[in-house]
Design a protein around this ligand. Structure first.
Ligand code: G3P
Ligand code: MG
Length: 253
């Protein structure tokens, strides 16, 4: 197993707490995750907020598109409503502060919306990331399905570690690897349905890490560990913690 195998808590420990909230992020580190994964979008007035969907409808007590709602209105919503616990939609700044305080790592996923304006969000993200100190830069991995936005950010911030997100059966293994290399990415982030031994081999031969999303069942986690992937995104990071320890113990036995 790779020395620096990474356990990413998907949207925080979303199996145990409201996704993409400070509560879920804090719990993720309590459960032993190495990193949190979270999704970043912008409000109508250009503030960066951490939320997964285009709209606030599924995860909060509000309605409407994130990009059409002013920041102050987003902050009035309860992102813990499905879990019966009051939680605000976090800002990127709050999330960065939590990661810094906990000494963990992070995967910032830039989300596009259906209008395809990922570059506008990327420009705001750039202005936030440029302020990061050196230790925090090292702990950040940025990814997106919007590969043009990733390329733009990488051109603006050459120090930025980036991962290329892939989903959908149209992606052939050689195309994922070559696209990631074009981006000067350190990793590919394929959907678990795209994972085959040959993809892991080909990515590793190109010196790319392979971080896979999303694995929640223990047999699935074990299969991925046996395939030699470098990171797993999970809603239940504690399961990966246990399986990683078992796998490492077997390897050294
Ligand atoms: O970054 C991995 C994963 O989060 C991508 O899918 O839809 O959960 O953001 P999604
Ligand atoms: Mg995500």
């Amino acid at each position: 197993m790779c020395e620096s195998f990474t356990i990413f808590a998907h949207r925080g420990a979303r199996g145990h707490a409201p996704e993409n909230t400070l509560l879920a992020f804090s719990l993720a580190f309590d459960l032993g995750a190495d990193a949190i994964e979270f999704d970043v979008q912008r409000s109508s007035d250009g503030q960066l907020v951490v939320i997964h969907d285009d709209t606030v409808d599924r995860t909060t007590n509000g309605h409407g598109y994130v990009r059409e709602t002013p920041f102050e209105k987003l902050r009035e919503l309860n992102a813990g409503v499905r879990w019966n616990t009051p939680q605000r939609i976090p800002t990127l700044a709050e999330t960065l502060a939590l990661v810094e305080a906990r000494g963990g790592a992070m995967n910032l996923e830039l989300k596009a919306d259906s209008r395809g304006d990922a570059l506008a969000t990327a420009a705001i993200i750039e202005s936030a990331l440029v302020e990061l100190n050196q230790p925090m830069r090292a702990r950040l991995l940025l990814s997106s399905f919007e590969l043009d936005a990733v390329a733009w950010l990488k051109s603006r911030l050459p120090w930025l570690r980036v991962g290329a997100l892939f989903t959908g059966s149209q992606w052939r293994k050689e195309d994922m690897v070559s696209r990631a290399l074009d981006l000067d990415a350190e990793a590919i982030h394929p959907n678990i349905r795209l994972i085959l031994p040959e993809l892991v081999e080909r990515a590793h031969a190109a010196r790319l890490r392979v971080n896979v999303w999303t694995a929640n069942r223990r047999p699935t986690i074990r299969r991925l560990l046996a395939l030699g992937v470098d990171g797993i995104f999970s809603d239940a990071p504690e399961r990966v913690v246990i399986e990683r320890a078992r796998f490492a113990a077997r390897e050294t036995a």
